[in-house]
Design a protein around this ligand. Structure first.
Ligand code: A3P
Ligand code: MG
Ligand code: MG
Length: 380
């Protein structure tokens, strides 16, 4: 079986296995045993306030308040007059995570405290959202991606670059689409309180600059990962299990009325929901199903560990093992390709649906993303 694994991973490397210049995303190549994925451990957290300022604490944590099963939440309320939208043309890259690392170096290198300039004891640093994109790549048919990778002191930093297509889409969103993007945040406001003894305040302002982010460490096969992801809220019971097991992901989705809609929900939505929450070890998603007018008509909890059973009867459906094995092989590919260790060098990995992953290398380019303050702090 070991030979089989080696054979499969080699055949994923372009037409000529010896060249190793591309990586295939074909699903069949990744249908093997589920790789080792260690239970993610929360090593810290940080908050971004209403002006997107970083704080090395949990001040933006919110608490889940279970809504009525049929709540009639109007998600359109407040869009015109009580909405402050984050400027998504500002590219923050890995900056917030790097600030967290600088403030918490001792938590990542528990044994390296005495050694002077120690390298980070992880192979990869990135956002959870970038890993979610990797997990769903073998099933993605619409949107490609660009991932910039810099190797610095032995650690690979992965930061997304907006594709031309994504930029065009962002700059040309319809008014309807803009409003629908608000609905997800409005649902959060209906179901989250600011502290354990208060209630949600649907009359307040929705400000999408605000975020609470968890930082977790885990391992995928032989890849040691450190990543951060936004967490919507936590169980407000003080006896709830420790983070990340107490976290709750909130989602909205169109009401399901036909078998076709149910099938699409299983095949496309649940893939994204599963990938996003499985990575940091968030155990459940609370979904608000909305009608055409943006009113949440029902609420349902999905346990991440049960999603793979839910989808088993779907024809030609996604498989968690394909997602994880592709991600694992992509990270191995990055380790083989990204050989020069320098904050001035970026390897740009590029993928479009139905194509292989390719890459190019760039020195002192527009793609450089490790800030000087970080490089200086970690070189001392
Ligand atoms: P829904 O997913 O419930 O629609 P998250 O669910 O990851 O916590 O994100 C909160 C909300 O941000 C989403 O709620 C959605 O409204 C918006 N959002 C997140 N990612 C988006 C994307 N790629 N495009 C458009 N809207 C997005
Ligand atoms: Mg969120
Ligand atoms: Mg959410």
């Amino acid at each position: 079986t070991n030979t089989q694994h080696q054979y499969r991973s080699e055949s994923a490397l372009g037409q000529n296995p010896l060249s190793c210049r591309t990586l295939s995303t074909r699903r069949e190549l990744y249908e093997r045993d589920f790789p080792v994925y260690k239970q993610p451990v929360e090593v810290g957290c940080f908050s971004l306030d209403s002006e997107r300022r970083f704080f090395n604490d949990s001040r933006q944590m919110r608490y889940y308040v279970e809504p009525d099963r049929n709540p009639n939440f109007n998600l359109r309320d407040g869009y015109r007059d009580r909405f402050i939208k984050r400027d998504d043309s500002v590219k923050e890259r890995l900056d917030h995570i790097l600030r967290w690392i600088v403030a918490n170096k001792s938590k990542i290198n528990p044994t390296g405290a005495a050694a002077s300039p120690r390298a980070l004891e992880v192979d990869f640093v990135t956002w959870r959202g970038h890993l979610t994109k990797l997990l769903t790549t073998p099933y993605e048919t619409r949107e490609g991606w660009l991932l910039a990778v810099t190797r610095f002191r032995g650690t690979f930093y992965i930061s997304e670059v907006e594709t031309e297509a994504a930029r065009r889409e962002r700059e040309n969103r319809t008014e309807r689409h803009e409003e629908m993007m608000y609905w997800g945040y409005k649902f959060e406001q209906y179901t989250c309180a600011d502290n354990t003894h208060s209630l949600p305040d649907p009359g307040g302002v929705v400000n999408t600059n605000e975020a609470f982010c968890t930082v977790v460490q885990t391992r995928l096969a032989d890849h040691r990962l450190l990543f951060s992801g936004e967490v919507d809220c936590r169980d407000k019971d003080p006896k709830a299990p420790a983070a990340p097991a107490c976290y709750v992901e909130l989602k909205t989705s169109a009401e399901i009325c036909t078998p076709k809609q149910r099938s699409n929900f299983h095949r496309f939505k649940l893939l994204k929901w599963w990938a996003q929450s499985f990575l940091p070890g968030v155990p459940r998603v609370v979904a608000g199903f909305r009608d055409q007018e943006g009113v949440v008509v029902s609420v349902e909890t999905f346990h991440i560990s049960k999603i793979s059973h839910l989808i088993k009867n779907e024809y030609n459906c996604w498989k968690p093992t394909v997602c994880m094995n592709f991600c694992c092989d992509f990270l191995s590919f990055v380790k083989r390709v990204v050989t020069e260790d320098s904050p001035r060098v970026v390897y740009l990995f590029s993928w479009d649906p139905y194509k292989d992953v390719t890459y190019s290398a760039h020195r002192d380019s527009q793609y450089c993303f490790l800030p000087h303050w970080y490089v200086e702090e970690m070189t001392r």
